[in-house]
Write a protein that binds this ligand. Sequence first.
Ligand code: HEC
Length: 105
Amino acid sequence: MVALTIACGSSEGGNNESSSSAKKTAAVDPPNGAELFKTYCIQCHGLYGDLQINGAKDLSKSELTLEERITMIENGKNLMTPFKGMLTPEQIKAVAQYTFELKSK
Ligand code: HEC
């Protein structure tokens, strides 16, 4: 006796405990170069790229191209940490692009 009750479409998912906790999923957000820089780079390069701790180059004066910066960030050099494997290629590109903004400051 399978008496299927026609799903009564009157309740449109109104069972959430609280509607105020509408969180956005950050999964599709592009990587934030500025945030990445603050997390991974300022300990040597400083907030403005010019701290030069551990022999770090002054990024505000760097003449490297985007490609060269990406390579540098991926592979590191001397005391610079290689970030390949630690950051995704998208994150590396985003933070490399961010280093160009340091120049104008
Ligand atoms: C442990 C210290 C350290 C950290 C952390 C670090 N760097 Fe460096 N970085 C260096 C050093 C040292 C050099 C200079 C390497 C050399 O040429 O001898 C350098 C050089 C660079 C250069 C090349 C600049 C030029 O003109 O030659 C770029 C670009 C750069 N870093 C970006 C970054 C970014 C972006 C991050 C964060 C994802 C980062 N670095 C994190 C130490 C660090």
